[in-house]
Design a binder for this molecule. Structure first.
Ligand code: ACO
Length: 403
């Protein structure tokens, strides 16, 4: 074990809190979570009310500016975003350079990072106007980048944005449309995807948001900070979980639909098997977003011509887990991503695009948190301490004397 007293004598009084389980990194006015009660609010508004009544751009405005927009404020915000949806042609050619089988999250983070090369006029984190234009550019261009990452992966031509369409409609058309045919939008898909973006829009100091803040605390520009957040979200324990859930459901299906024996494997911790889409650092109760997503999944999937057997497996897994002592004792409940993948699949998204959808949804939160941090006079560069457990001082050994 660690010689804690000895270490403290060397280091002085520092707190070791692996994974920041109990350490706040900032004060924030954006998002409130009560993990025990299963409560989530953006700027005070409960998530279920926002999911039911608001739209994604309205929520983006709320998170970034602190208040719900009036009708003309929302119209103006929407118009500014629509104006900036195009990518520069040089940037469009980027997508040809990546291997066809590249993960779209890797393409997304690279392209977001590259925005710092194209928009050198808006990199000053303390210039209000520059921060405004970067905010609008990011929100406008992320869906275009995401759909180009997808089109590049399947070798189809890119579609330019159509700014007469809404935010989500435009994204769906750029992703699934082809230049040779008119695109027929499914309005249920558009409204459900908009709602899922609302549910993902912020979640206080999660791994990717903390990453955005840490990178930003060095006064790195918004594009650089957000691309770091995209990379954090790429990880399977964070945004990559929605993809991992679907892989898990597919594996169970391929092995004969035996949810019970899969849960047993999880409980026996065989090769680190986890029930993906279950558990959360903060929620020790049903994730309020998961309840909304579950309902949406049942709605979207019931409208399909051919039922998806994976939905039944997911429902069964949840039922088994929620009545099993292993999960009860550890307070493991479905999180937001347990059912999202099934909806994305029903809409036609390949599994690898799932985390990209999470990134589009989370973007307003990253921007709002970055801006809040930059505007806060208490902000200092993030610089954690450590407890050193390596070798004590020793003299350099010349090469010829090493064994
Ligand atoms: N399946 C089985 N056991 C689990 C799971 C799970 N999904 N999650 C946690 N546990 C167990 C752990 O093995 C541990 O058991 P032990 O006490 O016997 O060792 C106990 O529950 C506590 O788990 P920790 O890993 O310490 O919890 P932590 O808060 O660090 O992890 C996390 C949270 C990463 C979300 C975890 O629950 C997990 O890996 N879940 C699966 C991945 C997932 O769905 N991630 C999405 C998170 S939400 C999001 O990003 C939108």
């Amino acid at each position: 074990g660690l010689d804690v007293t000895g270490l403290l004598a060397q280091t002085g009084h520092v707190t070791l809190d692996a994974g920041f389980v109990n350490t706040a990194s900032c004060a924030s006015t954006i998002t409130y979570i009560d993990g025990d009660a299963g409560v989530l609010r953006y700027r005070g508004y409960p998530i279920d009310q926002l999911a039911e009544k608001s739209s994604f751009l309205e929520v983006a405005y709320l998170l970034i500016y602190g208040e719900l927009p009036g009708a003309s404020e929302l119209a103006d915000f929407t118009e500014r975003i629509q104006w900036h949806t195009l990518l520069r042609e040089e940037m469009r050619r980027f997508f040809d350079g990546f291997p066809r089988d590249a993960h779209p999250m890797a393409v997304l983070s690279s392209a977001v990072s590259a925005l710092s090369t194209f928009y050198q006029d808006s990199l000053d984190p303390f210039d209000r106007e520059q921060v405004e234009i970067s905010t609008v550019r990011l929100l406008a261009k992320l869906p275009t980048i995401a759909s180009y990452a997808y089109k590049g992966s399947i070798g189809q031509p890119f579609l330019y944005p159509d700014n007469s369409l809404g935010y989500v409609e435009n994204f769906l058309r750029m992703t699934f449309g082809v230049p040779t045919m008119p695109y027929e939008l499914d309005p249920v898909h558009a409204s459900v995807l908009d709602m899922l973006f609302v549910l993902h829009a912020d979640h206080e100091q999660n791994c990717s948001t903390s990453t955005v803040r840490l990178v930003g605390s060095a006064q790195a520009n918004m594009f650089a900070s957000v691309s770091a957040g995209v990379n954090a979200l790429f990880g399977p324990l964070h945004g990559g979980a929605n993809e991992a859930v679907l892989d898990m459901l597919q594996q169970i299906h391929a092995a004969g639909d035996d949810a019970q024996s899969f849960v047993k494997k999880v409980k026996d911790k065989q090769a680190g098997t986890r029930l993906m889409g279950f558990g959360h650092r903060v929620y020790r109760n049903y994730d309020p977003r998961a309840a909304i997503v579950k309902k949406a999944a049942q709605e979207v999937l019931s409208g399909m011509a051919k039922p998806d057997p994976l939905l039944d497996i997911a429902l069964r897994l949840e039922e088994i887990a929620l009545s099993d002592d292993y999960f009860i004792e550890r307070k493991l409940y479905p999180n937001v991503d347990f059912y999202t993948g099934l909806i994305y699949k029903a809409m036609g998204f390949p599994t690898r695009m799932f985390t990209v959808l999470f990134a589009i949804g989370r973007l307003p939160g990253w921007i709002a948190q970055w801006r809040e941090m930059m505007a806060d006079p208490m902000t200092k560069i993030g610089r954690p301490r450590q407890i050193y457990t390596g070798a004590t001082e020793r003299a350099y050994v010349p090469m010829e004397q090493r064994g």
